[in-house]
Design a protein around this ligand. Structure first.
Ligand SMILES: [Mn+2]
Length: 376
């Protein structure tokens, strides 16, 4: 019996049954192909590396989000179902709301290694991560000499792998895992289906952002048809908040300030805000949406203290016409055109003083360009 079938669900909403055991491996289902016809070429190269490897480690980025956790867990479980020796390593400070993706005895997050000894694996598959320095779970020295497969959808990815599959048209790294497993006919275990849905729903802003393509919605539909409980996952991801989280959210909303005649909206959470509410930066995944909601805002910025207040993390969201990634890159960050981020190695006030002129300059340049365009 599948996990979902064993659980009590509303009888009024019968769910499509998973495929019978004869139609797929008992450890999971084979998802219908929804990718690009050319996916098969890179997928076969990845499969060859997977089959050659004795031990595989799957890695994601620091401060893991829903796509990072979802895509690494889904791939880890698919590889396990293939009979491969595989470990998923993520940093220990995982947001608690992703814990439902980990089942006892399945792949789990592991502590970031302090040693610089090479990790005992011969293949590292890195998902959703732009650069080797941003990998969490292991430090670069621990993967030196290990064959790296880099699977990502960020435009700022620097192709750090021995084999690279960087497709910026993909909404999420989870989309690429869906395409990889489906084109190769790999079985995807039930929790991995939840993980893929989590990746899609979080990186598309609950199927709202411009990366919500027809393909993403078809994939989500297939995952629902395969038994994923969309409402249950939504509740786990976006409700079920602690009082402390709501207190933190209240502080974030109160901190709203606007620059450049309201075209830039920003919120700030200091180290004191985290300490007074007993929370941490890992509880702020959805906060960039707060300044973004202000009418007239073209650039929404969320500043928050990390590393005990020594550094400042900046999350940037922009309207289509502005390139958030380019702005983040000026401070050593990266991401997507409309959603990017960087870490400024300065405390809050200094970091904001440094960032503000750069943001205002970008808006001015854009305004000048659009005026020039109109006069043509
Ligand atoms: Mn992603």
């Amino acid at each position: 019996m599948s996990r979902k079938a064993a659980k009590k669900t509303k009888p009024s909403r019968p769910r499509a049954a998973r495929k019978p055991a004869g139609a797929s491996a008992p450890s999971g289902i084979r998802l219908p192909m929804l990718g690009d016809p050319h996916d098969i070429h890179i997928a076969r190269e990845i499969e060859r590396k997977v089959l050659e490897a004795k031990r595989i480690v799957v890695l994601g980025h620091e401060r893991p989000d829903g796509d990072c956790v979802g895509s690494t867990v889904a791939l880890g479980m698919a590889l396990k179902a293939l009979g491969r020796d595989v470990h998923v390593l993520l940093e220990p400070k995982l947001p608690v709301r992703f814990k439902y993706l980990f089942e006892p005895g399945e792949v789990r997050p592991k502590q970031k290694g302090q040693s610089t000894r090479r990790y005992p694996a011969d293949l590292a598959i890195v998902l959703d991560t732009t650069d080797v320095d941003r990998i969490s779970g292991l430090v670069p020295a621990q993967i030196a000499g290990i064959t790296i497969v880099n699977i990502d959808h960020h435009m700022s990815n620097n192709n750090f792998g021995d084999l690279n599959w960087v497709d910026t048209s993909a909404a999420a790294a989870g989309e690429l895992v869906y395409r990889l497993t489906s084109v190769l006919g790999w079985a995807v275990p039930p929790v991995a289906l939840d993980a893929l849905y989590t990746a899609l729903v979080t990186d598309t802003g609950q199927f709202a952002y411009s990366n919500t393509t027809p393909r993403v919605l078809r994939m989500a539909a297939e995952l629902l048809a395969a038994g994923v409980d969309g409402e249950e996952l939504w509740r786990r991801l976006y409700l079920d908040k602690s009082r402390a989280e709501l207190d933190l959210e209240a502080r974030a909303r109160t901190s709203l300030e606007v620059w450049a005649n309201g075209q830039i909206s920003c919120i700030t959470l200091t180290q004191a805000d985290f300490e007074k509410t007993g929370t941490g930066p890992q509880m702020t995944q959805e906060f960039p949406g707060i300044p973004r909601a202000l009418a007239g805002s073209k650039l929404a910025v969320f500043f928050y203290a990390v590393n005990g207040g020594k550094d400042t993390k900046v999350s940037i969201r922009s309207v289509k016409e502005l390139d958030a990634c380019a702005l983040a890159k000026r401070f050593g960050g990266g991401g997507h055109r409309q959603a990017a981020g960087c870490t400024i190695p300065l405390p809050m006030k200094e970091a904001k003083d440094l960032f503000r002129p750069a943001a205002e300059k970008m808006l001015k340049e854009h305004a000048a360009l659009s005026t020039a365009g109109k006069s043509d």
